[in-house]
Design a protein around this ligand. Structure first.
Ligand SMILES: Cc1cc2nc3c(=O)[nH]c(=O)nc-3n(C[C@H](O)[C@H](O)[C@H](O)COP(=O)(O)O)c2cc1C
Length: 372
């Protein structure tokens, strides 16, 4: 019998999780006009066998111009919904791991090449590029083609696109929606004074900068079934002078909590090339700890969490309720199996692989049963 907190169940609103390990959203840049492809079946399929508690589908654009690159996953029409539905059918046939989706709009960081082609901006007059939108006409980096500031009609259209995508996510039976409010994408651009230079009710004071992200949250919360979680991923700080910081993050998290947000996932950075990040093991955990201390809703820590004991310490000391893995679980898709073996705990493994259980970890595989 293991005493590891990492392998104790946890509940996020109505969603039962078997342990505290979450798979973070990871863009795959492998969609076809927003439609999931067979890459997604392979990618999500193998992660769904990892023994983690929750699989989060990558940043999924709510409009075509909200994609980071032309290869991003989308959920803005029947075609993209159908393609994702087929992917989910395959994944779910072989795994009962709950699946969340991150809904996103890339704002001024849209229209770039995929990372393995260098990630440079594709201007609107170049093939495969488009005009970006943002709170203010301020480019992410010097020399880039600037975004157009969203007017009231544009704001309403973006909000409605988030709502329509959330409805599609509900129809697809997705277990949770996460709004992407981090990494310098559109919602974060409204939050940060470095990217939001508006002089209307959506810019200036902290209350005004929170307004649009909170409106989107309210609209999505109302559109997604009440018994399924809606969470928000935030950047806890811009790591840049005069930028978004932890104090403002806490105010945002408290406002979200008051509106029925089911959890906060605390990342950081991504808003400005001027950021200086003190990168190192667990470097974002202090941000999660501060949000956790100031709220009562579930908090997820992420960022260079790679070790089993490191993960256990974060959950065990109460710095966060859950830990999320991105690169570590791509590198080792059986990370939760190995963590369970390390702590003498168990995971749900696929029947086809049960004979892989090493004799010294006789109780590694739990009998698959209901999650609750
Ligand atoms: C390949 C890759 C794709 C990513 N895509 C997303 C994404 O779609 N949405 C998001 O919020 N973060 C994304 N991230 C950031 C991760 O979710 C995570 O926050 C970050 O990598 C730090 O965690 P790690 O040290 O465990 O990798 C991505 C990271 C990687 C490595």
């Amino acid at each position: 019998m293991s005493h590891a907190r990492l392998f104790t169940p946890f509940r996020v609103a109505g969603l039962e999780l078997r342990n505290r390990i979450v798979i973070a959203p990871m863009c795959q840049y492998s969609a076809d006009e927003g439609r999931a492809t067979d890459w997604h079946v392979m990618h999500l399929g193998h992660l769904a066998q990892s023994g983690a508690a929750l699989l989060t589908i990558e940043a999924t654009a709510v409009t075509p111009e909200g994609r980071i690159s032309a290869r991003d996953l989308g959920l803005w029409n029947d075609d993209t919904e159908r393609a994702l539905g087929q992917t989910l059918d395959s994944v779910r046939r072989w795994s009962d791991m709950p699946i969340a989706i991150q809904l996103a709009h890339a704002g001024r960081k849209a229209s770039v090449k995929v990372p393995w082609e260098g990630g440079a901006q594709v201007p609107p007059d170049a093939a495969g590029g488009w005009q970006t939108v943002a709170p203010s006409p301020v480019a992410f980096a010097d020399g880039q083609h600037p975004p157009i500031a969203l007017d009231k009609q544009g704001l309403a259209a973006v909000r409605e696109a988030f709502v329509a995508a959330a409805r599609r996510a509900a129809r697809l039976g997705l277990d949770a929606v996460q709004l992407h409010g981090a990494h310098g994408y559109l919602l974060h651009e409204f939050l940060s004074p470095l990217s939001n230079r508006r002089d209307d009710e959506y810019g200036g004071s902290l209350g005004n900068r929170l307004r649009f992200p909170l409106e989107v949250f309210d609209a999505v919360r109302a559109a997604f079934p009440a018994d399924r979680p809606v969470t928000v991923r935030v950047s806890g700080t811009d790591w840049a002078p005069e930028g978004w910081d932890l104090e403002q993050t806490i105010a945002f998290a408290q406002a979200l909590e008051a509106r029925g947000c089911s959890g906060i996932h605390v990342s950081s950075g991504g808003l400005t090339p001027a950021q200086t990040i003190p990168i190192g093991p667990g470097y974002q955990v202090p941000l999660a700890r501060a949000v956790k201390a100031a709220t009562t809703i579930p908090v997820v820590a992420v960022g260079l969490i790679t070790g089993f004991d490191q993960a256990e310490a974060i959950v065990g000391t109460g710095d966060a309720d859950l830990i999320a893995l991105a690169r570590a679980i791509l590198y080792d898709p059986r990370w939760p199996w190995h963590a369970a073996a390390h702590f003498g705990a168990s995971v749900v493994g696929p029947n086809q692989y049960l004979r892989s259980q090493p004799s010294r970890y006789r109780n590694l595989f739990a009998t698959p049963g209901p999650r609750s």
